[in-house]
Design a protein around this ligand. Sequence first.
Ligand code: AKG
Length: 358
Amino acid sequence: MNCTQDWPEPIVRVQSLSNSGLKSIPDRYIKPPTQRPLKNSNNSPNKMNIPLIDLGGLFADDSTLRATTLSQISDACREWGFFQVVNHGVRPELMDCARKVWRQFFHQPMEVKQAYANSPKTYEGYGSRLGIKSGAILDWSDYYYLHYLPGCLKDHKKWPAHPASLREVIDEYSKQVVELCGTLMEALSINVGLEKDYLQSAFGGDDIGACLRVNFYPKCPQPDLTLGLSSHSDPGGLTLLLPDEHVSGLQVRKDEDWITVKPASHAFIVNIGDQIQVLTNAIYKSVEHRVIVNSDQERVSLAFFYNPKSDLRIQPSKELVTPEKPALYPSMTFDQYRLYIRMKGPQGKSQVESLKSP
Ligand SMILES: O=C(O)CCC(=O)C(=O)O
């Protein structure tokens, strides 16, 4: 498999469609009935939410508080694969600023954004589809994708030059988020009984990969027929999502239900990706999620992906493989692994499930 070809059809910017004032969406955004959002998805305030964890406990001198926080993280990883964290060490003003610069980017004239139009080869730049399957039903969103790590892939020229502060803000934001990911990787390692630096080393130590996808979901005149982002699990390691401060939209699979996440102020939403499912031999599972859109408000989110070094083989940790629970997955590099989503687009959990030994 390779992604060397171009997009199979001319790219249409969803934001332009939305701004054109159309009353019904084009057929290529209409999902089959089984994939459409449910009218009764739990938007009411008393319904379930993903766990909220105060990470301050991890940095406390009090060992009981540290143990309690680790145990909350452990429960959240096992039961949900998703949780929110507050007191995480990333400055709230920086989070606001990161959202602001990206909102400004998407509100610039189309020709400014088009200068960064992406291709399926690396996906870096301004995009409007995932996957290169001809005739695919598309999602109601545009995005911007960029590399932060390894340093050799980071290229400021591929990051937007306007607004003028964007590069500096995103550099600082990414630095702080990477630090937070390191802290979470330690907590996850300890929680499955491994040395605290186990997962980080398995990811390549200092040579890990990290990239950012900023999602822009324009207003949609028929939100019941489409999705902002189809159901998928994240192919990488950990994802730290900075959601829109005003508009919800992320839905997480919980058994047969879709739970609409209600973000806490200045929280990050953390989720386990497929590579951690593989390394922990499915003690932790990556969980399907998707995004719904609405007719009144646009939505912006920043998904920061913390990934293994791309040419390192990832396989179930030997310490977590036993005669009763043999290795569930073959070893594979992340470069090989992520080709699936890059070719096929978001497809639920089909990839990691299909790799599982019977
Ligand atoms: O926009 C969101 O809330 C989720 C985005 C997401 O799942 C992704 O970018 O992979």
